[in-house]
Design a binder for this molecule. Structure first.
Ligand code: BES
Ligand code: ZN
Ligand code: ZN
Length: 495
């Protein structure tokens, strides 16, 4: 799909459709829409008067053969109130317009941009919205939809702002393509994406993006005494991998921060001996979304070239029951030397993150963000709306929350009082992998990981509720969302 900045006036463009946002107001016929209304001989005014055109968020009005335009259709999309309009609204609007037109077999359209947001931000949001919306999860369908959007023209940017629009478009493209790279990994079923295959894909991505890569195999993992990762992997015939991808900026200052992006990549979580119920278990192929998000983020950063070093560490394994699987009550020794009582083999994400964090610290990271589909409890707390945020350092956590806001991703911080730490004190080892108290499951999970981060400023993102869309949205296909990637890219870029 091609997206280009079009300099010609929109009325002269021969396209299968022209799309324009309409803001919600007592009189929605204003500015660009008033201009279009004139071309259409007052038709839009009539629609507004009859209440059919209000500008309410994602209201769609499709007109054929619009007079005064060379395009064959005019699609008006409600943009909501102007005061509430931002990058997130524009992304959704753009995505929804694309998916709606694609459904009608439209192959090319122009989007009336400009005049809504600052130019760079607007062009970036449009590129992100279109490219993310174009992603389909039909990879394994033999009868694929023939429908395809071939070209999109962004028209209406003020003269003198074309290069700013190109800049926003380029950044948006990098980020959205990285997002789709992540979503494609997350969508892969576990028979097509084992830890070894994930490592191969990460290596190929790193080579293509010009990033350094190091894959630790099961032998090396054992040599390094990553006992927590190995304990999860021992039940599977598929060997684990620890994937390390590094971005080094051209002129890193000595003593500058090094950001560690650590992501859980359990390619399938059966629960192990503490096996999960059959109903819905198929979804546990997305238990590697945290790792995929970190790999996507560093892929984008390789192109955006921020001035900060980033080390991405992704522990990957299956969590299977079997004759060799670990059992409840087993005591394991993590790479850090801490002993862990595994009371529930389904709380495996924190185990593999423990060793990944120890290893990231050994590699020299000064700040850590981890992302993981860690707990079902986060869905109870925040539903499928907010990412759960936990942090050991408020200044660092505030930075991440500010990035989430700027990137338009919903995230909510949860408390980490010392009282919760008591819940994971071990009876027979240093710590236990589930809380002994009732409730607070996401917080005890976070506390477990924090034990391994120690004094290194650390943030944990629980994306179990937000990494997967159970239903398609007008702007996004059903399935993987790529949540947190845009926030992380923003965080590194502004560090
Ligand atoms: N992968 C799951 C968490 C999960 C649940 C992800 C729902 C996506 C959707 C994780 O490994 C897990 O099983 N966690 C347990 C922890 C419990 C045993 C303390 C859970 O949430 O039930
Ligand atoms: Zn589990
Ligand atoms: Zn899991």
């Amino acid at each position: 799909m091609q997206i280009t900045i079009e300099k010609k006036p929109y009325a002269s463009l021969e396209r299968e459709a022209i799309v324009t946002p309409v803001f919600e107001a007592d009189d929605p016929i204003q500015g660009r829409v008033a201009e279009l209304d004139q071309l259409l001989g007052g038709l839009l005014k009539k629609l507004a008067t009859s209440g059919e055109l209000t500008g309410k968020n994602l209201e769609f009005t499709l007109l054929h053969a619009p007079t005064g335009l060379k395009a064959s259709r005019l699609l008006l999309v409600g943009a909501g109130k102007r005061e509430q309009f931002n990058g997130a609204t524009l992304r959704k609007l753009a995505g929804a317009a694309l998916r709606s037109l694609k459904g009608k077999s439209v192959r090319n359209f122009a989007f009336l941009a400009g005049g809504t947001l600052p130019v760079v931000e607007g062009a970036q949001a449009l590129a992100e919205g279109f490219i993310a919306a174009d992603f389909e999860t039909d990879k394994y369908k033999t009868d694929k939809k023939e429908k395809k959007i071939e070209t999109i023209s962004l028209v209406g940017f003020p003269e003198g702002e074309f290069s700013a629009a190109e800049k926003g478009l380029a950044a948006g493209r990098v980020i959205a393509e990285a997002l789709n790279f992540t979503r494609d990994l997350v969508n892969e079923p576990s028979n097509k994406l084992t830890p070894r295959i994930l490592a191969e894909k990460a290596e190929a991505m790193a080579n293509e993006a010009g990033l350094a890569v190091d894959i630790l195999d099961d032998k090396k993992i054992a040599e390094l005494k990553m006992g927590a990762l190995l304990s999860v992997a021992q039940g599977s015939v598929e060997p684990p991998r620890m994937i390390v991808v590094t971005y080094t900026p051209a002129n890193a200052k000595p003593g500058a921060p090094v950001i560690g992006l650590v992501g859980k990549a359990v390619t399938f979580d059966t629960g192990g001996i503490s096996i999960k119920p059959a109903d819905g278990m198929e979804k546990m192929k997305y238990d590697m979304a945290g790792g995929a998000t970190m790999l996507g983020a560093i892929r984008a950063l390789a192109a955006l070239k921020p001035n900060v070093k980033v080390i991405c560490v992704v522990p990957s394994t299956e969590n299977m029951p079997g004759g060799k699987a670990q059992k409840p009550g087993d005591i394991q020794t993590a790479m850090s030397g801490k002993t862990i009582e595994v009371l529930n083999t389904d709380a495996e994400g924190r185990l593999i993150l423990a060793d990944a964090i120890t290893y990231a610290k050994q590699l020299g990271v000064t700040h850590i963000v981890d992302a993981a589909t860690l707990t079902g409890a986060i869905v109870v707390a925040l539903a499928n709306v907010n990412v759960g945020v936990f942090g050991s350092n408020q200044e660092f956590t505030d930075k991440l929350l500010a990035s989430a806001k700027a990137a338009g991703e919903k995230m909510w911080q949860l408390p980490m009082d010392d009282e919760y730490r008591e819940f994971i004190k071990g009876s027979f080892a240093d710590i236990q992998n589930i809380g002994s108290g009732k409730g607070g499951g996401s917080i005890t999970g976070a506390w477990f990981i924090r034990e391994f981060a120690g004094d290194t400023p650390w943030i944990h993102l629980d994306i179990a509720g937000t990494a997967w869309n159970d239903d398609a949205k007008p702007w996004l296909a059903k399935g993987p969302t790529g949540v947190a990637l845009r926030t992380l890219v923003h965080l590194v870029q502004t560090y």
